[in-house]
Every structure is written in structure tokens, then in C-alpha cells.
Design a protein. Structure first.
Length: 426
């Protein structure tokens, strides 16, 4: 086999050498050491890379997506470098939780030595690839499932490999200055990887963005209202209750935001002007996130619907269906859980709008609270229907407990807002 190795990184060591190291490990010890699942029946590790789960076969290191219905780009399936990083993680890594601090490349041990290469290979590449295409960068990062970290002109945080997180920060160019970037690594990276490895991390992450399809055609959150309602009423599997809840939550958040819009700039409310602006900025973000979740809910439901139709005639088919069901059920829970969290944030913001915003728009704050409560409770049903089917009861009960806690606190808060508004109107 002929493998092309790039210079200045550990791909220069023949890939076959890494395969020999991989074949020599004790798989159970390795799984315990790095904190990843080991599937004894199929002799596979379950490793996440670039926000997706992959199954890594031992000892031959063949790779497949953990979710067979995922048709998107998978970094670990593409070429030698991602496989080498997975092998290095499994053979030499250790499980560790980051403290929340992120390191620049120079702060990584020996990073100063290799900084020039890293800067040219990763940071300049990121800057010139997306510094003048911020919207494309944002779209792809959100499609990846990255989290907006609020730094730079566009900044996102994502998981590169199990528990090891990266931040990509971009500043747009202008007539005077070219675009620039920063790449940060969670502080547990040095425990599992060396400075030279992190250049490969940057390569893989940027390469993933470039190879992702930029298919941002009109989705459920951008079609006319009448079309959305018609499809919702049809036999089509999506949108469903989760997507509808996200849309209702976005509308409820926007109603609270409207109260802020009708408050700022008014002399009567000068004392709360700055606070209103801050609340509005938070609502702007929440609205967009909830609309994104309308689309994401549809994306995670489709694999679940396909998984229910998997054959289960043989013992092997039954085992494979059970394995896949656990993955897609977990994904199907993740979006409504996130919808719930966003609605809780929105209710807290609406509480402030109702208490301090323009009295002329107080009814809109009440409506917003009611909408967000409905969205919260609606999304919870989509969590519970999926956790009910999970075989991993410990994980299911963990999700149920999180949902229970939100339902215990925030619907009563929304009810208080409604009651307060109603009392001021009657």
C-alpha cells in the first residue's frame, strides 16, 4: 500500500507502524484508559471525531460510522491522518476532563518550537479560507453542531476527539487589514497529544469544514407559515412536535424581544436602557438558535425512523439494530433537550422584560411567556418518548432528571409572569 505523507508531522512515520502499535494494545485496557466504549461482540472502539461517532475495528483499524444512516461527511473515514490521530489517541492517550481553560498553540508544551509551521499550516489557512466568508463559516459550524463561544467576529467551539475541544475564532478582513484567526485547544490536549499532533488536528478540522456540503436551501424554518402548517398536518414524518416546539419557542422569545424594542430609546425607561439592550442581544441569539433547532429536529428524526425499520431476523441483525437504536435515540433526545434549555433561558429573559419593559407592550411579554412554556413542555414530551425506549436506563434516567428539573422550575415561572401581566391588564 502506498500512502502519501505530508511533511513536518507524524504521518512521516509509516502508517503500517501505527497499525502495528494499534494491533499490540489490550483493547479493554485502552478503552478504559481513554474513556471510550468498547464493543466486545464486534471488537470495535467507539470514538468521536469532529462531533461524530465512529466504530474503529481492532486490530485492523477499519472504520465505519456508528450511525449507518448518517450520509454526511465523516472525517475519520477520509484518508490516513484522521486514522493516525485515532490510533495515537487509543494507544497513547489518557482520559482527562478539561478545566474549561483553553490554550494557544504557543502555550502547549513545545508549541513555541513549531509555531511558525502551525501558523502557516492552520491559522493562516483558516483565516484565508473563511475570514471573508463568515456566514459560510457560521453555517458550517452550526451544521457541525459547534457551539457559538461569542469571541471574535465569529467563534465556535467543538469536540475534536472524545473530551478534547477546539475553538476556531475568526476576525474579518477589511481594506486595511487581512482576515485573521486564532485556534485554541482545551487544556487536556497535552495529556494525550504532542505539539506536532495539534497541527494535524487543525488540518483535519479545517478539512472537514471544506468538505462539508454547503446545502443551505430553504428549510422548515424559512418556508411560508401556511406551507409549514400544511406539512405539519400531513403524513410527512417531519416536521413534528419537536420542530413545532422549537418554532413556538422562537416566536415566544421574539415577543419578549419586541417588548425590549419598544422600550429602548424611550426617556421614561432610560434607567433600564443598557439592561434592555443586553436582554435584546441575548434574545437575538436565542431566536436564531431555536430556528436552527427546527431544522435539527428533522435531521435527527429521520435516522430514528429508518432505524425502526432495520431487519431483526438473525441474532446479528438484532444486535446491530439494538446498537444503532441506542445511537439514534440519543441523537433524537439531544435536540428537544436543547429546545427545552433554550426555552428556559427565554422565560428568564421574558421575566425581566415583563418587569422592566414598556407598559404598552406588557401583554406581549405575557404571550411570550405562555409560548415558551408551551414549547418547553412540548419538547419535553419528545425527550420522554425517546428515553422510554432506551436500553441504557442509567443514561435515560439522567436525561429524564434534567428534563424533570426544568419542568419543575420554569413552567411555574412562566405562570407567574402570565399572572402578573394579567393582573396589570385587568
Amino acid at each position: 500500500m502506498q500512502v502519501r505523507y505530508e511533511k513536518d508531522n507524524k504521518e512521516r512515520i509509516p502508517f503500517e507502524h501505527y497499525l502495528e502499535e494499534f494491533a499490540a494494545i489490550d483493547p479493554k485496557e485502552a478503552a478504559a484508559r481513554v474513556g471510550v466504549p468498547w464493543h466486545e461482540e464486534t471488537q470495535e472502539f467507539e470514538v468521536r471525531m469532529m462531533q461524530k461517532a465512529f466504530l474503529v475495528k481492532w486490530p485492523e483499524c477499519t472504520i465505519r460510522k456508528a450511525n449507518p444512516f448518517d450520509e454526511g461527511y465523516g472525517a475519520m473515514e477520509d484518508g490516513v491522518p484522521p486514522k493516525i490521530m485515532a490510533i495515537r489517541f487509543l494507544t497513547r492517550g489518557v482520559y482527562s476532563e478539561g478545566t474549561g481553560k483553553f490554550l494557544t498553540y504557543r502555550e502547549v508544551p513545545h508549541g513555541e518550537v513549531y509555531y511558525r509551521q502551525f501558523n502557516g499550516r492552520c491559522m493562516m489557512r483558516l483565516a484565508f479560507s473563511y475570514g471573508n466568508k463568515l456566514q459560510e463559516f457560521k453555517n458550517k459550524m452550526e451544521a457541525l453542531g459547534a457551539v457559538n463561544c461569542g469571541h471574535g467576529d465569529a467563534g465556535y467551539e467543538f469536540e475534536f476527539i472524545n473530551g478534547h475541544r477546539v475553538q476556531f475564532l475568526l476576525w474579518a478582513g477589511d481594506e486595511e487589514f487581512p482576515p485573521s484567526s486564532q485556534i485554541l485547544f482545551s487544556d487536556n490536549f497535552p495529556l494525550s497529544f504532542e505539539a506536532e499532533d495539534l497541527a494535524v488536528v487543525g488540518d483535519i478540522a479545517i478539512g472537514t469544514l471544506k468538505k462539508m456540503k454547503e446545502d443551505f436551501t430553504m428549510g422548515f424554518s424559512t418556508v411560508p407559515c401556511n406551507e409549514f402548517v400544511e406539512v405539519l398536518a400531513s403524513k410527512a414524518p417531519v416536521p413534528g412536535g419537536g420542530g413545532a416546539s422549537a418554532l413556538v419557542g422562537a416566536i415566544g422569545t421574539a415577543l419578549g424581544n419586541m417588548v425590549g424594542s419598544l422600550t429602548v430609546g424611550k426617556k421614561k425607561y432610560a434607567d433600564v436602557e443598557e439592561e434592555m439592550q443586553e436582554l435584546k442581544a441575548k434574545c437575538d441569539v436565542l431566536q436564531k438558535e431555536l430556528l436552527t433547532l427546527v431544522e435539527k429536529d428533522a435531521e435527527v428524526f429521520e435516522p430514528l425512523s429508518k432505524a425502526y425499520g432495520m431487519p431483526r431476523e438473525t441474532e446479528e441483525e438484532k444486535a446491530e439494530k439494538a446498537r444503532v437504536m441506542e445511537i439514534v435515540l440519543k441523537d433524537a433526545c439531544s435536540v428537544p433537550m436543547e429546545i427545552m434549555e433554550k426555552c428556559c433561558e427565554a422565560i428568564e429573559l421574558i421575566k425581566e422584560f415583563a418587569a422592566k419593559g414598556s407598559a404598552l407592550a406588557i401583554s406581549d411579554a405575557g404571550v411570550g411567556a405562555v409560548f415558551c412554556k408551551a414549547a418547553l413542555e412540548g419538547a419535553s414530551l419528545n425527550v420522554y418518548i425517546n428515553t422510554k425506549s432506551m436500553k441504557n436506563r442509567e443514561y435515560a434516567e439522567e436525561l429524564n432528571a434534567k428534563a424533570d428539573a426544568m419542568l419543575a422550575k420554569y413552567p411555574p415561572m412562566a405562570d407567574e409572569i402570565f399572572a402578573s401581566v394579567l393582573g396589570r391588564l385587568k
